[in-house]
Design a protein. Structure first.
Lengths: 267, 382
């Protein structure tokens, strides 16, 4: 199946700004799905609210565009009620880790077989450029005219601590790697997280004098390095890319099958 | 053989009703006085091949049941005041996206943490208007366990028929009291199953295009039709739209499909209304005390009657008007500051003759409380 066949052309043009990184994530995700040869009927995409969350409407899967922050909770209901379906949940950084932070850590703790994609542009794009829990310190935003004093989360460390059994990170500059990681994440049985550093030139770029999309993507190139590289040892400020966690632990829906077995034994 | 006669709490009657109706997925979070529903279902559901999940909060529970409903299952969550507050945004999503589901609220005293282990009926208006925006909602209640069972089954039937969330507004007394329950034989109460589309795969399916009879056939997630579900205003494909015609049409549809069927959804019971000059209007556990007063007074030859409402929303105004038409006074018996009384006043031709007998201190309203109000109305002093 061609990548184009995964798209709902009826839904276009999309809402994203020129240069927005969210489209690159979409592209990469479709290439990953295509390479896996999955049937569109087996895929359910659940998203929340934000520029990033609009990704679901454009794709020809079963798509559930929900409310801000709660995508993983909806997805948990879909998955547990029909475990044979593949759940992909793209979320914005605010969506996943501010309002949705609690659902994020609990989905990870359960190790339910869902692929979570955090489209991290370090800003609230949809509402016009307020800072997010991933902005970090010293960032200009419409609600931080004097720069942020809030510390940011590290998505990788947070996911690891919460119990995710697959955790990876890449950027919109490194699309080949991103496609590969998304593929691995979908194949992984358990809760998987892929953080994608993506650009919002409209708000984050402009406010923080990072230039346009090209400059922002170059920034990803210059400020990231493969996980465990020598460069990281020399320059601890570099952000690592690659797979951080990949382990096998009991998956939630499979584990629940044992509950059913135990409940029916006495009957 | 297992007996079909049980001695149970109201919360267990609700659980049995839900299982009878075909419940297959429950998500919840513990809260008094509804917790027994989650506890019982954690045992019962896996026995019938269903799924129970304890979520991280009530918001997540509400979201999870919506997701599970979309895969074709009958779903439910249960909570009480604070949790019902948390569910409101997702409840509105179910209204907007037309997802069948049942939401139980075993009422306790509020606002806030309020009076967790005590009875109240303060969430009647919250059930009606708790989620933001114009909308219609279905909310039902009951005063005894046989009715809790029946109304629970009916809630699932209405949810499927109209593709809507249905709120079951029980209360602490009904939830925790123990009483006899006879489980009806399978088939004794008819069940409404999910209406699936007959459109074959490969043919354009419109998830939001009502049939001629107004019903919207569904297609399960995972099936041959892939479509979009959103909380944004949307067209017949489920695609977001802010076209004024689409917005107007959808909002009208969401309200009309409920309000135009008020009569069909109206469940109520009446006792001695034929010649009553005083009509008590009540619901839930309050109706038990009201019924006691009616029986007592009738025995003394007084013309008292009771209209017990089981469907609170959409409010059956025409039925209330008709049943109260010949009464000299109407006394609404409830455990709040008059939430249904206001509806009754708006329904009857002469609101001046509508009175309130209430109690808002966390204890069940007693027959004496009601009698005291009757004496006042009759000019006899307390
Ligand atoms: C309950 C609720 N609160 C707030 C909002 C407003 N809102 C919409 S999107 C959004 C943030 C989006 O940021 P992010 O999740 O990072 O996605 P992005 O737009 O950057 O892709 C907010 C605050 C909302 N829709 N619902
Ligand atoms: S505001 Fe930012 S995140 Fe939203 S579409 Fe524009 S560039 Fe993308
Ligand atoms: Mg963002």
């Amino acid at each position: 199946m061609a990548v184009k066949d995964f798209i709902r052309e009826r839904f276009f043009p999309h809402i994203w700004c020129a240069g927005c990184g969210h489209g690159i994530v979409l592209n990469s995700l479709l290439r990953a799905v295509e390479s896996l040869g999955m049937s569109k009927n087996e895929i359910v995409m659940v998203s929340g609210i934000g520029c990033s969350s609009r990704i679901s409407g454009y794709l020809d899967f079963h798509t559930l565009h929900t409310i801000h922050g709660r995508a993983l909770a909806f997805a948990t209901g879909v998955k547990l009620s029909r475990p044979e379906l593949n759940l992909i949940v793209p979320m914005g950084d605010g969506d996943a880790l501010a309002i949705g932070g609690n659902h994020f850590i609990h989905a990870a703790r359960r190790n339910i077989d869902i692929t979570a994609i955090v489209m991290n542009n370090r800003i609230y794009g949809m509402t016009g450029g307020q800072f997010s829990p991933l902005s970090g310190c010293g960032i200009m935003a419409t609600t931080a005219p004097y720069a942020t004093v809030d510390q940011g989360f590290d998505v990788v460390e947070l996911s690891r601590a919460a119990g995710a059994t697959f955790v990876a990170r890449s950027t919109t500059y490194h699309v080949q790697q991103l496609t590969k990681l998304l593929r691995e994440a979908i194949l992984h049985e358990g809760f998987s997280v892929v953080e994608v550093l993506t650009q919002c030139p409209t708000y984050f770029g402009r406010r923080n004098k990072q230039g346009g999309a090209v400059e922002m993507m170059n920034w990803f190139k210059d400020h990231t390095t493969p996980v465990g590289s020598k460069a990281k040892a020399e320059n601890p400020d570099l952000i690592e890319r690659g797979i951080f966690v990949q382990k096998d632990l009991p998956e939630y829906c499979k584990a629940y099958d044992q509950v059913i077995e135990r409940a029916q034994k006495g009957k | 053989m297992k007996s079909n006669v049980k001695f149970v709490q109201g919360n267990e009657a609700c659980v049995e009703g839900a299982i009878y109706a075909g419940l297959k997925f429950f998500a919840g979070y513990p809260i008094t006085p509804s917790t027994e529903i989650a506890e019982a279902l954690s045992a019962r559901l896996p026995q019938v091949g269903g799924k129970f999940i304890q979520m991280e909060d009530e918001i997540a529970s509400m979201c999870a049941i919506i997701g599970a409903s979309l895969t074709g299952h009958k779903v439910m969550t249960a909570t009480s005041g604070p949790g019902f507050s948390l569910k409101q945004e997702a409840l509105g999503y179910a209204v907007m996206a037309e997802i069948p589901c049942v939401v139980v609220n075993v009422q306790r005293g509020g606002p806030s943490t309020g009076n967790p282990t005590h009875v109240a009926q303060g969430d009647v208006m919250q059930a009606r208007w708790g989620t933001h925006g114009d909308h219609a909602i279905v909310a039902m209640t009951a005063s005894n366990h046989q009715d809790v069972f029946a109304v629970t089954v009916e809630a699932f039937n209405i949810a499927e028929t109209y593709r809507t969330p249905v709120v079951l507004l029980f209360d602490e007394v009904v939830g925790h009291m123990r009483e006899k329950l006879v489980i009806p034989a399978p088939g004794e109460i008819p069940l409404v199953e999910r209406l699936h589309t007959s459109v074959p795969g490969g043919v354009d399916y419109h998830p939001y295009l009502p049939r001629e009879d107004g019903r919207l056939p569904m297609s399960d997630f995972g099936g041959v039709h892939r479509y979009n579900v959103t909380g944004l205003f949307h067209d017949m494909w489920g695609f977001p739209s802010d076209n004024p015609g689409v917005v107007h049409g959808l909002l009208r549809h969401l309200v009309d499909k409920i309000e135009n069927n008020t009569y069909q959804m109206a469940r109520y019971k009446e006792f001695c209304l034929e010649d009553a000059d005083t009509v008590l209007v009540s619901y839930g556990s309050s109706a038990r005390s009201a019924l006691h007063v009616v029986r007592n007074r009738r025995a003394r030859g007084e013309r008292l009657g009771l209209l017990e409402l089981q469907t609170l929303w959409p409010f059956p105004a025409a039925i209330v008007r008709e049943k109260c038409a010949r009464a000299r006074s109407v006394v609404v018996v409830e455990m709040n500051t008059g939430q249904i009384m206001r509806e009754v006043k708006a329904a009857v031709s002469d609101p001046e003759r509508v009175f309130l007998a209430n109690r808002i201190d966390g204890t069940l309203i007693t027959p004496t409380d009601i009698r005291n109000i009757l004496r006042l109305i009759q000019g006899r002093g307390v």
